[in-house]
Design a protein around this ligand. Sequence first.
Ligand code: KIV
Ligand code: NA
Length: 265
Amino acid sequence: VKKVRIPHLRELKERGEPWPMLTAYDMYTAQLFDEAGIPVLLVGDSAANNVFGYETSLPVTVDEMLPLVRAVTRATKRALVVADLPFGSYQLSPEQALATSVRFMKEGRAHAVKLEGGRKFAPHIEAVTSAGVPVMAHIGFTPQSEHNLGGYRVQGRGRAGDELVADALAVQEAGAFAVVLEMVPAEVAKRITHELDIPTVGIGAGSDCDAQVLVWQDMAGLRRGKIPRFVKRYADLAGVLSGAASAFADEVRRGEFPAPEHAFH
Ligand code: KIV
Ligand code: NA
C-alpha cells in the first residue's frame, strides 16, 4: 500500500480532484475509513464532544488526546493521520506549539498536526513547520474560540471576508500544508481556494474547497438530535446500534440467547 503524502494532496488540488477527510478516534473507525480510501484522517479535538462527552472542545487535554492518536496511527496503513492540538497546548508561544507538536509526533506517531488560528498564529505555524512537522491550519469558525466568537456562527461575512483571505495567505506563507475553512460563506471559501497553492478543507464552506471534512459520528448518524446545516448523514448508526442493543437485551431476557450453537459442550 502506498502511503498518502503531502505532495499527493497538492497534486489532487492541481488536478481539481476533491478529496474527503474524516475524523477518527479509535482503531475500528481508523481501519474502516483507511480501507474505504479516505486519504486523511483527523484525530480532532472534537473528541472532547464526541468521545469524552464534554460540552465544548475546550476541556480535552494532550494526555487524553495522545492515546487516541496512537490508536488511529496504529490502525492505519495508508492514510495521513493529523493530530489536532487541544486548547491551551499551543497558544502560549511558538515554543509551546512546537513542544506539543513533538509529543504528538513522537508519542502519538502522528504524521502532521493541526492548530486553530490565522495571522496571529503564523509564528506558531512557522516554529512547528521549521522543525519538520507538517501543520494543517484552521480558520473561519474556530471552536476553541467559541466564547470569543459568540457561539457557532458563520465567519467572514461582508468585510470580514478580506480578513479571512489575509489569514489564509498568512498561514500558507508560514508553511501550513493545508487549511481548514469552517463555517465561512461559500463565495469566500471559493476565493481563498483559488488564491492559495495549498489545499483548502471545507466544513460548512461550500463545494468549491479542495477537500471536505466531517466529524464521523455526524456523517454516519451516530450523533442524534439537531445537527448543523453543513452535515449530511450517510447512515443511521444510532438506529442500527440501539436496535442491536435492544434485540440482544430482549433475547437475553427471553432466554433465547445464547442458543446451543453459541455454547461449548
Ligand atoms: O476537531 C475537529 O473535528 C475538527 C474538524 C471538524 C475540522 O477540527
Ligand atoms: Na478541531
